[in-house]
Design a protein around this ligand. Structure first.
Ligand SMILES: NC(=O)c1ccc[n+]([C@@H]2O[C@H](COP(=O)([O-])OP(=O)(O)OC[C@H]3O[C@@H](n4cnc5c(N)ncnc54)[C@H](OP(=O)(O)O)[C@@H]3O)[C@@H](O)[C@H]2O)c1
Length: 367
């Protein structure tokens, strides 16, 4: 007959063995991760539709030496996704960046639990090999610098690509001086709101152009813009003349089209125009683009300068800009706002919403 003590030990042994076996089997399943990804399934015709994307599952196999397994936490929703995906064949994983966590690592430079900002596409899980990244691609996927107490999602916004777009595109190209008049279109979006706030840090008079009264109120009452114009309900030409009677020194152009022609015609001598994007045309076929007014006389007589840019041009100073934007954020000089959509499955809708102006500040998706 077994004593109580030996039965207890035998049961304990079985329990420990069971736990060990369960741990082993969940470890085995972890190694075969089911990733979800969105495929760019159908070419866009005008505004993208949810049915232009297809949700697929994919089993990720065991890591090889040098590789890491990343799990998405936040995904970015950006206007470039609309025009850039046109360059790719259908069937690819939809393009985009995310903040992800290293959940398994065979690369000591990317330890487990590290946070990564990565151009990894619309995927929940990714096997990534940092050793295969070189040159300019180093700013596409990197370990997130320390943000102190600030949310890591800012790595997709003001402490990441959109922040650097505002920083370099405005400071390097517009070269704003204290007391000058700055106009920014797309002003309540990820890039635009930062351009205006940097303009205020530099001592400029800042006028934002945005698509709703709520956005305009946010710009003036919370971010310190001097004025905001709702281009959907007000005459930009008339209101701009009132707010900038002597003309505009710097124009940061996020939208292109008619709004930009109006602003450019109200520039002051030696004004500078930074062309960041032209979202007003992204959903319109080239054949249907509006016939814009002739701007050359304005450029000649007012001796204006206009320059387009792609933010990757500034990759050698990427982390310097993030440090500066973080310092301004820590000091309360730069505020941030995010429009968060919950659920990876809602990526397509979040993109469609952003293209229609449903976001204020940075549009992101929380997995
Ligand atoms: N050059 C670069 O390297 C670079 C890098 C990043 C971004 N960009 C460009 O910068 C611009 C802003 O990007 P973001 O990430 O900050 O996006 P965002 O401004 O956060 O979101 C897009 C905004 O565009 C506005 N919009 C949509 N259709 C419009 C139209 N027909 N006319 C005027 N405004 C319209 C909407 O706001 P409203 O409610 O105000 O209409 C919408 O919220 C885009 O053109 C993007 O392509 C360029």
């Amino acid at each position: 007959m077994k004593s109580y003590r030996s039965v207890f030990f035998a049961n304990s042994f079985l329990l420990i063995k069971n736990i060990f076996q369960q741990q082993q089997s969940s470890y085995t399943t972890n190694k075969m991760v089911n990733a979800k990804k969105f495929i760019f399934a159908k070419r866009f015709d005008g505004l993208p539709k949810v049915t232009d994307f297809r949700l697929e599952e994919e089993v990720l196999e065991e890591l090889k030496d040098g590789e890491v397994l990343l799990e998405a936490i936040y995904l970015s929703v950006d206007p470039y996704m609309r025009p850039y995906s046109e360059k790719y064949p259908t069937g690819i994983t939809m393009i985009g960046s995310q903040i992800a966590k290293v959940i398994e690592s065979k690369n000591s430079a990317y330890p487990k639990d590290a946070l990564v900002c990565g151009y990894l596409g619309w995927r929940t899980h990714t096997i990534f090999n940092p050793n295969e990244v070189s040159g300019d691609d180093a700013i596409k996927t990197y370990i997130l610098p320390s943000f102190g107490g600030l949310p890591p999602s800012l790595g997709l916004g003001q402490l990441g690509m959109p922040g650097n777009t505002a920083y370099f595109g405005f400071l390097d190209i517009c070269k704003p001086k204290e007391g000058e008049v700055v106009v920014v279109s797309g002003a309540a979006g990820a890039v635009g709101n930062l351009v205006g706030q940097i303009g205020k840090i530099k001592g400029c008079k800042v006028i934002g152009i945005a698509g709703s009264d709520d956005k305009c109120t946010w710009l003036t009452s919370e971010l310190g813009f001097d004025h905001a114009i709702n281009y959907k309900t007000e005459s930009v030409a008339e209101v701009l003349k009132k707010y900038a009677p002597d003309g505009v020194d710097c124009y940061f152009d996020n939208v292109g089209g008619a709004i930009s022609s109006i602003v450019i015609n109200q520039m002051r001598d030696f004004g500078r125009i930074s062309v960041c994007g032209s979202i007003s045309s992204y959903n319109t076929p080239v054949a249907e683009w509006p016939k814009v007014p002739i701007l050359q006389p304005t450029f000649v007589f007012k001796q204006l300068k206009m320059e387009g840019f792609i933010v990757s041009r500034f990759c050698s100073k990427w982390f310097e800009a993030i440090q500066c934007m973080k310092k301004w954020t820590d000091e309360g000089k730069l505020k941030y706002r995010e429009t968060v959509t919950n659920g990876f499955e809602n990526m397509p809708q979040a993109l469609i919403d952003m293209l229609q102006g449903q976001n204020t500040g940075k549009a992101i998706v929380k997995v």
